[in-house]
Write a protein that binds this ligand. Structure first.
Ligand SMILES: Nc1nc2c(c(=O)[nH]1)N[C@H]1C(S)=C(S)[C@@H](COP(=O)(O)O)O[C@H]1N2
Ligand SMILES: [Mo]
Length: 258
């Protein structure tokens, strides 16, 4: 089966099992796939290597931030919109009081943060545009803790080069969603572990209680339902070795800069 067929099969699966809200989101993907910005972001990510892109965009350049008036009335939810496991359902019942994000791997002091502890850290709020490769975009206001603050606290070892984010959701084959990024990008000022969307606690479809916002990258890098962040030296030993769920399976670019 080629990757297009797999994507189709996945979509059929999603249509067959998810609720009405996600159906709307999927339909939206089809309808919007001809929007004007879509071909340009795709060709950009195809043609530019990470190095070339970093050379033309300073590492700390900010993604464009918008005003309150620009916030999309509906922010679609895409991919998994509920992890659907018993364990996750328990967290929902407890209003995520026992949810933790563990940061470990190549660090001096592995540390876990509860949701409440994350909310006590200094926060950042940003209104940005999310671009999904399936052809839709939406502007939302995100609030969360800068990931760099957590990483500084755990003290990365000198050989740590990447952060791997593990999520609570599994696909139809039982494969857990995961993503990864260069350690340097964890310190970008707009890289946050978000717990609010548009001033309200993150809802389940958008990744409750914690999801990554990594604003200069495409939608599939924005990991939802984050449970664990592991600092590693190489991505090659992890799962398919390509650094993310879509990268392993569908040939998506690891460096999805926009
Ligand atoms: N854990 C997890 N994170 C995920 C996904 C997913 O299926 N599971 N889908 C990705 C994709 S393709 C997109 S476009 C965005 C969608 O985020 P949203 O549902 O808040 O719009 O989440 C990304 N992060
Ligand atoms: Mo996406």
């Amino acid at each position: 089966m080629n990757s297009h067929e797999r994507a189709m099969e996945r979509r059929q699966f999603l249509k067959g099992t998810l609720g009405a809200a996600s159906l709307v989101a999927l339909a939206g993907c089809d309808n919007l796939s001809h929007s004007s910005w879509f071909p340009s972001i795709l060709s950009k990510t195809e043609k530019l290597t990470e190095r070339a892109q970093r050379a033309i965009t300073p590492t700390n350049a900010l993604a464009k931030e918008y005003g309150e008036a620009d916030i999309s009335k509906v922010f679609p939810a895409n991919g998994n919109t509920d992890p659907g496991t018993g364990e996750y359902a328990e967290h929902v019942a407890q209003e995520f009081a026992n949810w933790t994000v563990m940061v470990g791997g190549l660090v001096q002091t592995p540390t876990s943060w509860t949701l409440a502890a994350l909310k006590e850290l200094p926060s950042r709020t940003q209104i940005t545009r999310h671009d999904c490769v399936e052809g839709w975009s939406a502007i939302g206001k995100w609030t969360g803790a800068p990931l760099g603050d957590l990483i500084r606290q755990v003290q990365p070892l000198p050989n740590a080069r990447y952060a791997v984010l593990y999520c609570a959701d599994v696909d139809e084959d039982g494969v857990l969603y995961y993503e990864s990024m260069a350690l340097a990008d964890c310190f970008h000022p707009q890289t946050i572990l978000a717990y609010e969307l548009n001033g309200a606690p993150l809802d389940i479809p958008h990744g409750a209680p914690i999801r990554l916002r990594f604003e200069r990258q495409l939608g599939y890098k924005q990991a939802k339902y984050v449970t664990m962040i592991e600092l590693v030296e190489t991505l090659s030993g992890i799962r398919g070795g390509k650094g993310g769920y879509w990268e392993d399976d569908q040939g998506y670019e690891w460096y999805a800069g926009i």
